[in-house]
Design a binder for this molecule. Structure first.
Ligand SMILES: NC(=O)C1=CN([C@@H]2O[C@H](COP(=O)(O)OP(=O)(O)OC[C@H]3O[C@@H](n4cnc5c(N)ncnc54)[C@H](O)[C@@H]3O)[C@@H](O)[C@H]2O)C=CC1
Ligand SMILES: O=C([O-])CC(=O)C(=O)O
Length: 285
C-alpha cells in the first residue's frame, strides 16, 4: 500500500483555477504550501480587479495569468477548478469536458438545469473527463444517496444566513426586499431547489448538491431565512423515506474572505482534490 501511494504521488497534474476570490485563494495557498501533492499550478483566471492579492501570494510560482477563460493554454492543462460562479459553469463547462479535461465544479447550482446536466454527463462519458462535485457547505450526501436507493419521499433544506450574506442576491434585488432594519428572523423564500439555486446563486449551491444526490431539483424543498442575529451559516436537512428519517444540522463559520461562503466549503474542495490526486488510499463517499 505504501508503495502504491508513493507511485501515485509521482503523477503530477497541471491545474487551472477560475476565480480569484475566497475559494480560489484557499486552493492556491494549499497548492503552494504543498498540501495537495500531485497538483501543479498552471494558470489562474480572474477578473482584473480581483487578481492583485493572488498575484502577490503566487508571485514565485511559474503560473500563467489571464482574465479570459478562452485564452487558457488547453493542451497543457489536466484539471480545471471552477471557483467563480454559476455563469462560468453554464458558459464553459461543456467546452472543458469536450476537450477531455477533468473539472471540479463548486457552483453546482448551474447543474440543476437537468437538460444541461444530462448533456454534460453524456459528454463526460464520451471524453473520459471526471466531474468532481464537492459536498461544499453541507454533508450527509452519502446518506441521501443511500436513502435514494429505496423510496426517498421527501428532502427539505432550511438555510439561515445573516442578511448581509443574502442582500446582493438577484431574488432580493428583483423583489426590492429591504433587510437593513431587520430585527428578527424573516422567511425570504420557500420553493424548490431549482428556483432557490437561481434566486440565490452565490448562497444556495448547497440546495443543488442536495437535490442532485437525492430526489432532484424540482422535488427538493427549500426554505431560506434571513437571520439578523446569527453568526453562522446554518443549513438543516430533513429527509424521510422507507429507511426512516434523518436530520442534519450544519452550523458553519463564514469564510474570512467571503461571508457568503462557509469555510467548510474550502475544506471540502481541499479534501476532494486530495482524494482525486490519490493522496489518500481510501475512497470515502
Ligand atoms: N457548493 C457549495 O456548497 C458552495 C458553492 N459556492 C460557489 O462558489 C463560488 C465561489 O465562491 P467564493 O470563492 O467564496 O466567491 P468569491 O466571490 O470570493 O469569488 C468568486 C470570484 O470569481 C470571480 N469571477 C467571476 N466570474 C469570473 C470569470 N468569468 N472569470 C474569472 N473569474 C471570475 C470573481 O471576480 C470573484 O473574485 C460562489 O459564487 C458559489 O457559486 C460557494 C459556497 C458554497
Ligand atoms: O457556503 C454556504 O454556506 C452555502 C453557499 O454559499 C452556497 O451553497 O452557495
Amino acid at each position: 500500500m505504501f508503495l502504491i501511494q508513493n507511485l501515485l504521488e509521482v503523477i503530477i497534474m497541471n491545474v487551472a483555477i477560475i476565480g480569484c476570490g475566497n475559494i480560489a485563494t484557499y486552493v492556491v495557498n494549499s497548492i503552494l504550501k504543498g498540501d495537495i501533492k500531485g497538483l501543479r499550478l498552471h494558470s489562474i483566471v480572474g477578473t482584473p480587479r480581483r487578481t492583485e492579492y493572488l498575484k502577490e501570494i503566487a508571485a514565485h510560482a511559474e503560473c500563467n495569468w489571464t482574465t479570459d477563460v478562452s485564452s487558457l493554454k488547453w493542451e497543457d492543462i489536466d484539471l480545471i477548478i471552477e471557483a467563480a460562479g454559476q455563469k462560468v459553469v453554464r458558459d464553459y463547462l461543456l467546452s472543458f469536458i469536450n476537450r477531455g479535461k477533468h473539472v471540479l465544479v463548486i457552483s453546482i447550482g448551474a447543474l440543476t438545469d437537468i437538460d444541461f446536466f444530462k448533456t454534460v454527463y453524456t459528454a463526460a462519458k464520451k471524453s473520459g473527463s471526471q466531474i468532481l462535485l464537492p459536498s461544499g457547505a453541507i454533508g450527509g450526501l452519502d446518506a441521501i444517496r443511500n436513502a435514494a436507493m429505496g423510496e426517498l419521499s421527501s428532502v427539505e433544506l432550511t438555510t439561515k444566513k445573516h442578511p448581509d450574506s443574502l442582500k446582493s442576491a438577484p431574488y432580493i434585488m428583483e423583489n426590492g426586499i429591504d433587510m437593513d432594519d431587520l430585527q428578527e428572523d424573516y422567511e425570504l423564500f420557500r420553493g424548490n431547489a431549482l428556483d432557490a439555486a437561481k434566486a440565490f446563486p452565490a448562497n444556495l449551491n448547497v440546495a443543488a448538491a442536495l437535490s442532485l444526490a437525492g430526489i432532484g431539483p424540482e422535488q427538493t424543498m427549500v426554505k431560506i431565512i434571513a437571520s439578523p442575529h446569527i453568526e453562522m451559516n446554518t443549513h438543516e436537512i430533513r429527509a424521510t423515506g422507507d429507511f426512516g428519517n434523518f436530520y442534519f444540522q450544519f452550523e458553519n463559520k463564514p469564510s474570512p474572505r467571503n461571508i457568503k461562503s462557509s469555510y467548510l466549503v474550502n475544506l471540502s474542495v481541499l479534501r476532494v482534490l486530495r482524494d482525486f490526486c490519490g493522496n489518500r488510499g481510501v475512497f470515502y463517499n
